[in-house]
Design a binder for this molecule. Sequence first.
Ligand code: PPE
Length: 324
Amino acid sequence: MTVIPSEGDVFMADATARPGIDAGMIWFNGRLVPQEEATVSVLTHAMHYGTSVFEGIRAYPTERGAAIFRLPEHNRRLQDSAKILGMRSGIPSLEEMHEAIVATVKANERTACYIRPLLWFGPEALGINPGGNSVQFMVATWPWGTYLGEDAVRKGARLITSSWRRSPADVMPTKAKAGGNYVNSVLANQEARDLGYDEALLLDESGFVAEGAGENIFIVRDGVLYPISHSVNLRGITRDSVVRIAEAHGVTVRETMATRDELYTADEVFMVGSAAEVTPIAEIDRRPIGAGEAGPFALQMRAWYLDVVHGRDERFHDWLTFVE
Ligand code: PPE
C-alpha cells in the first residue's frame, strides 16, 4: 500500500521515533535562525552524493563560562576538508567560522554542548559535477552526553572488529571529514550494535588497526602509551590533545602501527574523539582487554583530559576559546 504523507508528516525509519534534536538557534548561511527555519531543498547536492564536510567540537563549562575546545584546529580541518572536496567559492574564512560558532554557542546560552559546523554543496544542479553549485554553511549546537553511554565509560566499551574495512587512501579522502565517508562508519556501527556491541573497530585494507567508527585508538603496554599511527585514519584533534597531555604528565608516547592481535594482548586499549572524549575499552572480539574492565590508565587519562577541557589545567588554557 502506498502511503501519501499529508503536509507536515515525515516518514520515520522506525515507528518508535527518537525525540529529536533541540538545537535552538542555528547559524544558517550568514545569520541565526530558529531550528524550524534552518531547512534545505530535497535537491541539495550533498543529500544525493554525500558532498558535505563537517566538524564535531565540544564546549565545556569552566570558571570563566563556556569554553570551546581547540576551535582553531577544528576550523582549520573544516577548511582542509572543504578544499579536499573541491569546494572553491563561498567557503567562510577561518575568522567567519570562528565568529559563527561563537555566536551560535552564545545565542543558545549553552555552557556544555556539542557543536556541528557543516559545509555542503547546494541544490542548483544535480549530477556528479557540483562545481557550479553554491557552498552553504551552518552551525548547530545541542546537548550531547557520553557518546557511547555511561556504562561504556564506567565498565569499558565492548568492541567488535567490523566486517567493513576503512577505505584505502586512493578510494576515499580519508583525511577529509566528509559526509560520504561516514556511510562506512554508519554501516560499521550499525553492524556492531546489531550484534550487541557498543562500537566497531575498523581495520585498514592491509589488516592493520585503523580506528573506531568515530574514534581514534590508543594502546597501553608496560606503562607506554601507543597512539595508532594515522595511515587512513582521521587526524584526530583529541588524539593530538591526549598525546600532549600524557607527555605533560611524564608519560612515554610512541606512535605505532598495530595488528588486531596486538590489541588483544595490550594492558589497556582506549579510544578518543571529540564526542567520545576518552572512553576505556573492556573487550574486543569477545576477549577481555587487560582485566576486562575500564583500565586505570584510561581512567587517569580521561580525568586529565576532562581537567584540560574544563580549564582546570592551566598549562593548556591556550586550547580554550572562552565564550564571554
Ligand atoms: N575517527 C573518526 C572516524 C571520527 O569520526 C572521529 C571524530 C575521530 C576519529 C576523532 O577525531 P577528533 O574528534 O578530531 O578527535 N568523530 C566525530 C563525529 C562523531 C559522530 O558520531 O558524529 C566526533 O567525535 O565529533
